[in-house]
Design a protein around this ligand. Structure first.
Ligand SMILES: Nc1ncnc2c1ncn2[C@@H]1O[C@H](COP(=O)(O)OP(=O)(O)OP(=O)(O)O)[C@@H](O)[C@H]1O
Ligand SMILES: [Mg+2]
Length: 378
């Protein structure tokens, strides 16, 4: 059986990436120009995909790129380990060379090499949170990109994904140390990507933040609908299915133009249709039901974790079709008490990634969660 042509849950690159040429052009120009670029978007808009595609394009131009995902880091020591290994491997090209140079450049440490279950070499720098000179080591590791680039007389780029997590790792201390280290690195470009938008904006716009105005910002919006529809209709056609433009519009509406949700809906359509035939409106609702059934357990858990007031706020928003949540009528209708309580619940719902805020108001970050709410919480 043919495999599902709609990829979900993994970053997409190359042929699998729809559009984003303008954003890729900006990232490449900024990286080649030596910037510290901040890439900001809500969750699931395709930041990681963009970073990985930019990395491939830069590597094709002989610029090595280190990629670090801060969601993987569980402590300051773990972050430093991930950062150092990514930078060493990018600059040196192979794990073996990186391992050798690590011993030379980070003398206080004892890197260890093992072989994993697949027979691939794996290594760590071999230090922990208990390391006595952790802060000194931190500064040595943060200085590493420039030292390695100098050694090669070349340039280096470092991409840090989910950058806002730096605050969860070590408060402002790590952020300050990074800012201090990175501003002395003329051979190194940085891209900091983040999905907690308000935190990311605060990091670059607040005078109290170490990275205040330290570089340009790029905010990632939806994929232009024309380009996304061409991409999707090609995929349907190549897989042996047919879809008219009006149904593609429906798909973008149901997925609220969030790239992940749109792809997920198409992925589910392909499954419910068995990969053949014309896509009808009924098929689209069936595909949505399929998704709500498979995500049901996750949504139930999410719902369980919300306070009663947050639940009333979310339910009210889902039902009001985007009305402003501070009007007296809204507060009364949904039994929400004073507007200060609503402001608090909205803030917490944003923090939990349930809602996102735009100039136009509050929206559900995951339009399928909204659909689930409407269907299951009458
Ligand atoms: N340009 C694109 N073309 C096609 N599909 C895309 C594109 N960008 C994102 N997607 C879809 O969205 C999914 C998530 O993409 P990606 O992981 O890059 O987003 P993200 O913003 O890093 O998400 P997260 O906030 O969860 O880290 C992909 O698996 C794919 O289905
Ligand atoms: Mg990501």
């Amino acid at each position: 059986m043919a495999s599902n042509p709609f990829r979900i849950g993994v970053p997409v690159t190359g042929e699998e990436l729809a559009d984003r040429e303008t954003e890729l052009g900006t990232i490449l120009k900024e990286v080649l120009g030596g910037s510290r670029l901040f890439l900001i978007s809500p969750r699931r808009y395709g930041k990681t995909s963009l970073l990985l595609e930019s990395r491939a394009r830069l590597q094709a131009r002989k610029i090595p790129v280190a990629y670090v995902d801060l969601y993987q880091a569980t402590s300051l020591a773990h972050f430093l380990d991930l950062f150092a290994r990514a930078v060493l491997e990018a600059a040196e090209g192979t794990v073996e060379k990186a391992f050798r140079i690590a011993g030379e450049f980070l003398r206080a440490l004892r890197p260890t090499m093992t072989v994993n279950a697949e027979g691939q070499p794996e290594w760590t720098l071999g230090f922990s949170q208990q390391q006595p000179d952790l802060l000194k080591l931190r500064d040595q590791i943060l200085a590493l990109p420039q030292r390695l680039a100098e050694r090669k007389k070349g340039r280096l780029a470092v991409f840090i994904d989910e950058f806002q997590e730096v605050r969860a790792l070590d408060g402002l201390a790590l952020e300050k140390a990074m800012r201090a280290a990175f501003q002395q690195q003329p051979r190194v470009s940085y891209v900091f990507a983040g999905s907690k938008e308000s935190l990311m904006w605060e990091m670059v716009r607040s005078r109290r933040s170490p990275f205040f105005r330290s570089g340009p910002t790029l905010s990632l919006g939806p994929i232009p609908s024309r380009e996304f529809k061409i991409y999707l209709s090609n995929k349907f056609r190549e897989s042996g299915m047919r879809i008219v433009p009006a149904r593609l519009d429906d798909i973008l509406t149901v997925g609220d133009e969030v790239p992940f949700n749109v792809q997920y809906l198409c992925h589910a359509l392909w499954i419910v249709k068995g990969g053949t035939g014309d896509v009808s409106s009924q098929d689209i609702s069936q595909a949505l039901d399929y998704i709500l059934a498979s995500e049901g357990e996750y949504y139930t858990t999410l719902w369980d974790q919300l306070s009663l007031h947050q639940r009333r706020t979310a339910r009210g928003l889902a039902r009001s079709g985007g009305a402003t949540p501070f009007t007296a009528a809204f507060l009364r209708k949904h039994d929400l008490g004073p507007s200060a309580s609503v402001a608090r619940s909205l803030g917490q719902l944003i923090k939990r990634d349930v809602l996102k805020k735009s100039r136009a108001g509050y929206h559900f970050a995951d339009p399928f969660f909204k659909a689930w709410l409407l269907a299951k919480i009458p």
